[in-house]
Design a protein around this ligand. Structure first.
Ligand code: HEC
Ligand code: HEC
Length: 190
C-alpha cells in the first residue's frame, strides 16, 4: 500500500507540472541516469557553498532508478513511475511536440496512459488509443491513409520509447518478450 501512496503523489506532481497552464521549462534533471554525485566529505579548509548548491539535485537523482541499473521488467511500479516522470515524459513531450505542436500542446501521462492515469491506473496497453490492425493488408491501408502519423510512430516513437526503457524494438517477424512495439501502447485488433 505504501508504494501506491507514494506513486499517487508522484502522479499528482507530474500532472500538476505538465498541465499547469503555459508550458514551463522542466525543472527535472535532464540526465537522471547520471550516477549520483558522490558525497565526498568537504575538506575542512574548503569553502562550503559549492557543494551545498549541488545537494538538492543529487538527493533527487539518488531516488531515481533507470533501466541502466535495473532492467525495466524488474523495476517496481513505483520505480517505473519515477522513471516515466524524469526521463520518459520530457523526451517524449519534445518528440510529440516537434511532430505536431498544436495537437500535442498538452502532453502528459494521460496522452499515453489515458484519463485513467488520473486515478493512478497505468496499466498498458491503453485501449483508448487507436486500435491497430495486425493483418498486413489492413496495416498497409493504414500506412496509405495516415503516412505521416505512421512514419512518426515507426521511426520516432517506437525506437525512442525502446531506448528510454532500455529495451530492444519488437521485430514483428521474430517477436521476443521484453521488447517494445506498437502493442506496448496500442491495443491490437484480434
Ligand atoms: C510516451 C508514452 C508515455 C508517457 C507520456 C508516459 N508513459 Fe508510463 N508507460 C508507457 C508505456 C509504453 C508503459 C509500459 C511499458 C511496458 O510495456 O512495460 C508505461 C508504464 C508505466 C508504469 C508501469 C505500469 C505497470 O503496470 O507496471 C507506470 C507506473 C507509468 N508508466 C507511469 C507514468 C507516469 C506517472 C507518467 C507521467 C509522468 C507516464 N507514465 C507517462 C508510456 C508512457
Ligand atoms: C509509447 C507509446 C506508443 C507507441 C510505442 C506507439 N504509439 Fe501510436 N500513438 C501513441 C499516442 C500517444 C498517440 C496519439 C493519440 C492521440 O492523438 O491522442 C498515437 C497515435 C497513433 C495513431 C493515430 C494517429 C492519428 O492521429 O490518427 C496511429 C495510426 C498510431 N499511433 C500507430 C502506431 C504504430 C503503427 C505503432 C508501432 C510502429 C505505434 N503507433 C507505436 C502512442 C504510441
Amino acid at each position: 500500500m505504501r508504494s501506491l501512496v507514494v506513486l499517487g503523489s508522484t502522479l499528482v506532481l507530474g500532472l500538476a507540472a505538465s498541465c499547469g497552464g503555459p508550458a514551463t521549462p522542466a525543472t527535472e534533471p535532464t540526465a537522471p541516469s547520471a550516477p549520483p554525485v558522490a558525497s565526498t566529505p568537504a575538506p575542512a579548509t574548503a569553502s562550503a557553498p559549492a557543494s551545498a548548491s549541488v545537494a538538492p539535485s543529487a538527493s533527487v537523482a539518488d531516488t531515481v532508478v533507470g533501466p541502466d541499473t535495473v532492467a525495466w521488467k524488474d523495476m517496481t511500479t513505483e520505480q517505473k513511475g519515477k522513471w516515466m516522470k524524469v526521463a520518459v515524459m520530457p523526451k517524449m513531450k519534445e518528440l510529440f511536440q516537434a511532430f505536431d505542436a498544436k495537437e500535442f500542446e498538452k502532453f502528459n501521462c494521460a496522452t499515453c496512459h489515458g484519463e485513467k492515469a488520473k486515478t493512478g491506473d497505468f496499466k498498458m496497453p491503453n485501449d483508448k488509443l487507436p486500435v491497430l490492425p495486425t493483418k498486413a493488408d489492413e496495416f498497409g491501408a493504414l500506412m496509405k491513409k495516415k503516412p505521416n502519423d505512421m512514419k512518426f510512430m515507426m521511426e520516432k516513437v517506437k525506437p525512442e520509447m525502446a531506448k528510454l526503457l532500455g529495451l530492444k524494438e519488437l521485430d514483428m517477424k521474430n517477436p521476443q518478450p521484453n521488447t517494445l512495439g506498437c502493442s506496448n501502447c496500442h491495443t491490437m485488433k484480434k
